[in-house]
Write a protein that binds this ligand. Structure first.
Ligand SMILES: O=P(O)(O)OC[C@H]1O[C@@H](O)[C@H](O)[C@@H](O)[C@@H]1O
Length: 321
């Protein structure tokens, strides 16, 4: 029926500038993890336990991080895969009085962090998630807290952009009367298709500590030629490179460029067949063929943090090629 007072169609609003689509951030799994999605399709998942990044997918849904099929994601054990955060000790340090009793790789990866909030970048294409852990956080690993009685405050930020992932830490000492020493490392498990086709550049001529072999630990120097590191067996090395980035290529194609900010070291780790089979939470057994850990950190010595001071460091993993 035609009505005389039929309302006119509203003018189209397409000329009005609207907000661009926003990243979304949601709690999942009984509030035990966060998921962030960019309008362009990329996503990450972060467990509050350890503030561990357990997934990073590109716009096509392709996973970039390796996560063991047997990884414990229930807060009962440090996660085998993703990006566990190592603090305040790398490995164990029986000769370092402050940290000698702490468990391997410290307690940041075995504590439940608080989600502090999200922020979007100026261009609104990315999203930053901030997590906090301090000596006063209820989720702090209780046995570890008793063994490291310092007043500390950690802010760990995970920033997802369309082509990159950045993780950064600020470790503050809140007690003027008690300086502490710490080490920090971002234990990134990169997913690869075939470890035998992997080449790592950015380490040529770099001194390193080799943690594998009969005389381990031993101090060595990466040859200048060839300029690439290939992985052909168990590898566990702490490099101190002069270059601030390493590139991981596969079959001649660059895949990841890992840039360090104020992190002097990079650990390269692959357990290979026997060590992988000996780890109950490493599955499948041949999963070592699909991962390489490239771990930026400050682990060569100790970072002395005076009261009121902070140590800051970051890595950016850029998808290349
Ligand atoms: O089994 P964890 O405690 O997660 O450690 C895994 C590896 O982490 C690496 O960073 C160390 O260099 C290795 O020595 C260690 O084996």
């Amino acid at each position: 029926m035609d009505r005389a007072n039929k309302p006119k169609t509203l003018p189209k609003l397409s000329s009005t500038p609207g907000l661009p689509p926003q990243p979304t951030v949601t709690f999942t799994d009984d509030n035990s993890r966060l998921r962030a999605d960019l309008p362009t399709g990329e996503s990450i998942e972060v467990l509050l336990y350890g503030a561990t990044v357990i997934s990073w997918k590109d716009a096509t849904g392709d996973e970039k991080l390796w996560l063991s099929e047997a990884a414990k994601l229930d807060g009962s054990k440090a996660v085998r895969g993703g990006i566990p955060l190592v603090f305040p000790v790398f490995g164990t340090a029986p000769d370092h009085p402050q940290t000698k009793d702490l468990p391997q790789h410290g307690f940041a990866r075995t504590s439940r962090w608080e989600f502090l909030g999200k922020s979007t970048s100026e261009s609104m294409v990315g999203v930053k998630l901030d997590f906090g852990l301090s000596s006063a956080t209820p989720g702090l690993d209780p046995k570890a807290a008793a063994l490291w009685p310092f007043k500390f405050n950690l802010i760990y930020s995970v920033t997802l952009n369309p082509e990159s992932l950045t993780t950064s830490i600020v470790a503050t000492n809140d007690d003027a009367a008690a300086p502490f020493d710490c080490q920090v490392l971002m234990h990134t498990y990169l997913r690869v298709k075939d470890i035998t086709a992997v080449e790592i550049t950015g380490l040529a001529s770099a001194p390193y500590t080799d943690k594998v072999g009969p005389s381990a630990p031993s101090t060595k120097t990466q040859p200048a030629t060839p300029p690439t590191l290939t992985i052909t067996g168990e590898t566990d090395r702490v490099y101190t490179p002069t270059e601030d980035a390493v590139t991981v290529s596969e079959a001649g194609q660059p895949r990841f460029r890992v840039t360090r900010d104020n992190l002097a070291n990079v650990v390269v780790w692959n357990p290979w067949a026997d060590k992988a089979a000996a780890m109950a939470d490493f599955k499948p057994d041949d999963g070592y063929k699909n991962m390489v850990c490239v771990e930026p950190g400050a682990v060569g010595g100790w970072q002395a943090v005076e009261g009121g001071d902070a140590f800051e460091g970051a890595q950016t993993i850029k998808l290349v090629g």
